[in-house]
Design a protein around this ligand. Structure first.
Ligand SMILES: *Cc1c(COP(=O)(O)O)cnc(C)c1O
Length: 234
């Protein structure tokens, strides 16, 4: 077995165990294989193991890699999107995890409407209030959801967060809990055109805790593809 096959199988097993510990159904959690910086060959290996959902954080890289890979891959954008790149993303990804401003929502609305498409997205929340991170503050989330609901070519499906980097995943449990509660609060508002069925949280270092706290999507890169090497990038 290749290291990717082994890693994938181990990550899936850990997701399954975390789900069962929390009394959840393992099939309710989608694994997003984060393939940023990784070449098409490695992505194809994961594909050959049955993986179909892949996450990329840069539009440029996504546009370069996607044409070389099978058409039934569901690409998802997980990184910050600049408004001038919106045209290259709409219609190319099945989900945008990283809606981090109303300005971006407006641009996505315009482009989606022009193309006759509905773009599905998640509201990115900066749950720990970190200076370095994108995303709405938790207290802005309800108003943002209400505003996005008015844009007919957008469909808000849930929330996403990148929790703080930590050696001890237990430290992020409180943030995952807050995310879950925030999703419940927004759902309770019964906003037309908004659902809160997706909670995208948890990465290599903390995905099991995220699953225990209600994640429906986990984004795992290093745990599947190994360490990333940024030195070769321009
Ligand atoms: C890179 C990245 C991940 C995956 O990180 P790992 O720690 O390698 O699992 C998940 N989410 C986002 C937004 C990322 O940029």
């Amino acid at each position: 077995m290749s290291f990717i096959a082994e890693n994938l199988s181990s990550v899936k097993q850990r997701i399954e165990r975390a789900a069962l510990r929390a009394g959840r159904r393992p099939q309710d959690i989608t694994l997003i294989a984060v393939s940023k910086t990784k070449p098409a060959e490695l992505i194809r290996e994961a594909y050959n193991c049955g993986q179909r959902v892949f996450g990329e954080n840069r539009v440029q890289e996504l546009s370069e890699k996607a044409p070389a890979l099978p058409g039934d891959i569901a690409w998802q954008l997980i990184g910050h999107l600049q408004t001038n790149k919106v045209r290259q993303v709409v219609g190319r990804v099945s989900l945008i995890h990283s809606l981090d401003s109303l300005r971006l929502a407006e641009e996505l609305q315009k482009e989606s409407e022009k193309r006759g498409l509905v773009t599905e997205l998640l509201l990115e929340i900066n749950i720990a209030g970190e200076e370095s991170k994108f995303g709405f503050r938790p207290e802005e989330a309800i108003a943002a959801a209400e505003w996005i609901a008015l844009l007919p070519a957008l469909r808000l499906r849930g929330l996403m967060t990148v929790a703080p980097f930590t050696e001890d995943p237990e430290e992020n449990r409180k943030y995952f809990r807050q995310m879950r509660q925030l999703a419940v609060d927004i759902k309770d508002k019964n906003i037309d055109n908004v659902s809160m069925d997706i909670l995208s949280m948890g990465m290599t270092g903390d995905f099991e805790v995220a699953v225990e706290e209600g994640a429906t999507m986990v984004r795992v890169g290093t745990g599947i593809f190994g360490e990333r090497d940024y030195s070769a990038q321009s």
